[in-house]
Design a protein. Structure first.
Lengths: 507, 508
């Protein structure tokens, strides 16, 4: 080469340095975290030092954390610290018998239990009121701002300095959540006087409640798409499950067995719709999206008919019966976490169990391996004797069942009667959540909780923002706005199953 | 295991893909199945593997008639197949791919990954394969992926292995390694059906050669009784010239000048890393290299289909970087794309429409009311005659044509414009000997008219036969530009990324 002009050599991107580039992303995330921290210090820390916020930690006496005697508090604190030690330090882990493997799950469990045992006595010392039990907690706004800000700046600086590429995203996400917490504390400032306490537990419990049908929906989408079929009929399965469960429970006057039956029928009708989708798109190879949309249109029409022709005249068929709420002993008393996760209606537990079972089924069992294989490269599965259609049928029908049960979470889950249009597009949002959750059950769970949180937030912020000029409808747009942002931007370079939505024929 | 196929017949409509085909494979035999594309080799093997049900005929294993309805039956009978396009799931691990369909279970329904891994390691040791069961398929080189396929078949206790054009995707060194593997399988008493159209390999490894043409067996022979020319004649049914008749190049001015080109692939990785070359009028620059070393991205960048990160491309001194595909075509670049069905043609349109696909904007075919149908039709008739495209008439949809004739349509269209540069990616992929001969003659003819020609091919034979100079691509860089007379061993080393000591030609 005889060029004398300086050559413009761009950076060469290879698989090896893609990792380095993700470390550069860690730098960006760290800086973002530091900016968030500065914002927290300036904004929330700048509040008048006399203002305080009262957080409500349990919304009824059952969810209040019990008080314990001062001597026992020390014991709880020490036990908690012992449990936390192996999570925090590798040196401690080396001391423990080598047969015990510290998997992510075990570490998580230790962190939760140990953390609780540490926080409980500390909280009791810090802010006991209401006859010795921990029900509300009053904290100064500006201190909160400074503490959150300092934590955020420190975490951001550490991230920017050490560039942990794997913990970058979780750290940023935690930072953002804490920012929202700080914002809520700031918004509700003065609530120790006004009595408008910050319903932190209420918001989070509502978030989990709102997330329930999203968990079912996105789990359904995940199962179907892992097998290579796009289940866009989730919305229709939601509607069908919602109305059928209400009608069955009401017809039987809300007896215990009727509730079980209601959930089962909701699931079975969802499975039936899944079977229709499977027949049309697998046997007759019709376009999956179009079949799905047609199923939704059909379900809309049927529920409309039932709503305005049947339920209008037979109001006793559209009653407000709720599934039982189970408070898990002891766990439901953990401040915040207790009422949010362990004092919910049965369907919430079913949803979380469903996620765990689906994850095991997809990644540990023969069925899961085969389902994933037909979603990636069906022809390869066929050549080793795996029936593509059989796997897809099973996944789509099972997915339909799950989405149908999710429909019940609209009505008999929280115990409201059916109103036309109550599913309001959440069946489609569930597919967005599935993408955000990267076609993984746990991802679907986490993403659903995040979306549920935005739904609950938009419902609760109105109380505090009424003095602002933002119309309520704008705040109600928040979940949808986050959907678009998440699907378009945050998901980045993830890959759907390769044969997703592609019909399969042998020849 | 002794395998016999007796009088297999399979028709698709009026076309007999297999007509009364009989074949015997003895235990421990390497049986080569030779034939042009469309001769019915793949149909026959798909019948044997249960992917296609024959209209009539019998399959006998150890002299017992068996029915094979689907691949599961075939596997149960001890038949294993390594497909040309690997039947592996790219995002799965090696172990998951091998156990899929016959997963070992600890209590149902959980997969016993540990015993699966142990079994795979034991099997790999037995055949001297160096394979990490936990590696993800898509991160493995092609040669390794092929071994996983073979291992998969062996793990199903295959006694007879069908290898469908296994060397098409390999470097010469990898192909040699595969021959070693095949011999060791044979020593273990396995039978192999080896499908190929590469005559050299057949003569090197076969015990018995069966040649097919137009769905029928035209003869059975052995390497001792035959040679390349005889086999080629059997395959095509007439004498074919296996060497490209090529006068020395009459080299003119530099037409295409590429300097320091960088291009990204779809994943955002740098695929072309600083490629520089010049092509002069009247010469053929042929790019050799194993697929996936930047060829696709290089061609797409040259033709305006892919953005250029850095570097310059000049056609007769005129900048091409940042030009649209239309601009590039108008500047006088002809493009025969790698995947003709995806990029070169519209299969549902007629032959005549496809023949003017990139010229619909020219006044010849465009009028204020739309297309000049008459002119398009006449052009279609003329080209079909000129290029001997086998079709009923010009209004037939392109999808009705065979691969070779489809490629002729692309070539005919590109050559019907005034060209300065012709870029051909994999010009003869999937074509039979007769069509290859035709394409090669066309390419040499256009060179002699003074057009600069760039060929990209993964077939080393083709690169050496056509190229006036040979550029070897490895890992997105030009390893060297050498004379086509360079030995195949040295070219193979270059393709594998090492630099043998040889006298490279000065880069013009």
């Amino acid at each position: 080469m005889s060029t004398t002009a300086p050559l413009n050599v761009p950076e060469i991107v290879t698989l090896e340095n893609l990792r380095r580039i993700s470390r550069q992303r860690a730098l960006g995330y760290g800086i973002t975290l530091m900016i968030i921290g500065v914002l927290e210090v300036l904004w929330f820390g700048g509040a008048n030092s006399s203002l305080e916020t009262t957080l409500e930690l349990g919304y009824n006496s059952a969810t209040v954390m019990p008080s314990i005697a001062a001597g026992l508090r020390v014991v709880a604190l020490l036990v908690g610290l012992v449990l936390l030690a192996p999570v925090a330090s590798g040196r401690v882990r080396a001391l423990v018998a080598s047969r015990l493997r510290f998997t992510t799950g075990l570490r998580g469990l230790l962190a939760i239990v140990g953390g609780y045992l540490v926080v409980w006595p500390l909280a009791l010392w810090g802010g006991v009121n209401h006859s010795g039990a921990l029900r509300t907690m009053t904290i100064p706004v500006w201190t909160t701002g400074y503490v959150l800000g300092a934590l955020s700046i420190a975490a951001g600086a550490l991230l920017a300095w050490r560039r942990f590429d794997r913990s970058a995203s979780p750290l940023l996400l935690t930072g953002m959540m804490l920012f929202i917490l700080g914002f809520l504390v700031w918004v509700a400032r003065g609530s120790n006087v006004s009595g408008l306490q910050l319903q932190i537990t209420g918001i989070l419990a509502a978030a989990v409640s709102a997330a329930t049908f999203l968990i079912f929906g996105s789990l359904s989408g995940t199962l179907c798409e892992r097998s290579g079929v796009v289940n866009i009929a989730i919305e229709g399965q939601f509607m069908t499950g919602a109305i059928s469960s209400v009608m069955i429970v009401s017809a039987m006057n809300g007896s215990g067995i009727s509730k079980l039956l209601g959930v089962l029928v909701a699931g079975l009708l969802g499975a039936l719709l899944g079977w229709v989708l499977a027949i049309m798109s697998l046997r007759y190879q019709a376009n999956q999206i179009i079949v799905g949309i047609v199923i939704v249109a059909f379900c809309t029409a049927v529920t409309q008919f039932l709503m305005f022709q049947v339920l209008d005249t037979h109001e006793n068929l559209n009653g407000a019966y709720a599934l039982p709420v189970w408070a898990i002993p002891f766990l439901s008393h953990v401040p915040i976490v207790g009422p949010v996760l362990f004092d919910q209606n049965v369907l919430v537990y079913v949803a979380i169990l469903g996620v765990i079972i689906a994850n095991v089924a997809l990644f540990r069992t023969r069925w899961g391996l085969r389902v994933r294989s037909v979603g990636e490269k069906p022809i390869a599965s066929e050549t080793v004797g795996v029936s593509v259609l059989q796997m897809r049928y099973s996944a789509v029908i099972l997915g339909g069942f799950i989405a149908g049960v999710g429909g019940a979470a609209f009505t008999i889950g929280p115990g409201t009667n059916f109103t036309f249009g109550m599913t309001s597009g959440y069946g489609y949002i569930a597919l967005a959540i599935m993408i955000f959750g990267r076609w993984r059950p746990y991802g679907a769970l986490m993403a659903s909780l995040l979306f549920g949180f935005t739904i609950a937030l938009s419902a609760n912020l109105n109380i505090y923002l009424s003095q602002l000029v933002i119309p309520q409808q704008f705040i109600s747009m928040l979940p949808y706005f986050i959907t678009i942002a998440a699907v378009a931007g945050l998901v980045g370079r993830i890959r759907p199953p390769a044969a997703d939505g592609v019909p399969f024929s042998r020849e | 295991m002794r395998l016999e196929l007796r009088a297999i017949t399979k028709r698709f409509g009026s076309l007999a893909a297999n007509n009364d085909v009989s074949l015997v494979v003895e235990p421990g035999q390497i049986h080569c199945l030779l034939g042009e594309n469309g001769a019915g080799k793949s149909t026959l093997m798909n019948v044997l593997y249960g992917m296609i049900t024959p209209d009539s005929g019998q399959i006998l294993i150890n002299d017992q008639v068996v029915t094979i309805r689907d691949p599961k039956d075939a596997v149960a009978q001890g038949i294993g197949m390594v497909h040309q396009h690997f039947m592996l799931i790219p995002v799965f691990s090696v172990a998951d791919n091998i156990i899929l369909g016959s997963e070992p279970l600890k209590p149902w329904p959980f997969i016993d990954h540990r015993s699966a891994t142990e079994r795979i390691v034991a099997l790999a040791d037995e055949y001297n394969f160096d394979i990490d069961p936990s590696a993800t398929i898509e991160n493995l080189p092609i040669g390794q992926q092929q071994r996983v396929e073979i291992l998969k078949a062996l793990s199903h206790n295959a006694e007879i292995l069908i290898l469908d054009e296994p060397t098409a995707v390999l470097t010469p060194q990898e192909a040699d390694a595969l021959m070693v593997v095949m011999r060791s399988l044979k020593d273990q008493g396995k039978s192999i059906i080896f499908i190929t159209h590469k005559l050299k390999e057949v003569l090197e490894i076969a015990d018995v050669i069966t040649v097919m043409r137009l769905g029928e067996v035209v003869g059975t022979t052995t390497p001792e009784e035959s040679d390349e020319a005889a086999l080629a004649t059997m395959m095509v049914g007439r004498d074919v010239s296996l060497v490209v008749d090529k006068p020395p190049a009459q080299v003119g001015e530099v037409v295409l000048d590429v300097k320091n080109l960088f291009v990204q692939d779809d994943r955002g990785l740098t695929a072309v890393k600083g490629v520089s070359f010049e092509v002069r009028a009247g010469e053929i620059l042929a790019f050799a290299g194993v697929q996936g070393n930047g060829q696709t991205e290089l061609v797409e960048a040259l033709t305006g289909m892919r953005a250029v990160m850095a570097g310059t491309m000049e056609l007769n001194g005129k900048n091409l970087v940042g030009s649209s595909v239309r601009d590039v075509l108008d500047a006088g670049v002809g493009h025969v794309p790698e995947d003709r069905q995806r990029h070169g043609l519209v299969l549902s349109l007629s032959i005549a429409d496809n023949l003017v696909l990139d010229q619909l904007g020219s006044p010849e075919y465009k009028a204020w009311w739309g297309r000049k149908l008459k002119a398009i039709e006449e052009n279609g008739k003329a080209r079909i005659a000129e290029y001997d495209i086998r079709a009923q008439d010009e209004s037939e949809p392109l999808s009705a044509l065979s691969g070779g004739n489809q490629q002729k349509v692309v070539m005919a269209r590109e050559l019907s414009r005034e060209l300065k540069v012709l870029i051909c990616a994999q010009p003869t992929r999937g074509l039979d000997v007769g069509s290859i001969e035709f394409m090669h003659r066309q390419i040499v003819a256009i060179r002699d008219e003074g057009v600069a020609v760039v060929i990209v091919s993964s077939e080393l034979d083709e690169v050496v036969a056509l190229g006036d100079r040979v550029a070897v691509l490895f890992d997105g860089m030009i390893q060297d530009i050498v004379a086509p007379t360079t030995s195949r061993e040295d070219l193979g080393l270059l393709m594998a990324g090492s630099r043998p000591a040889l006298n490279s030609e000065p880069r013009s």
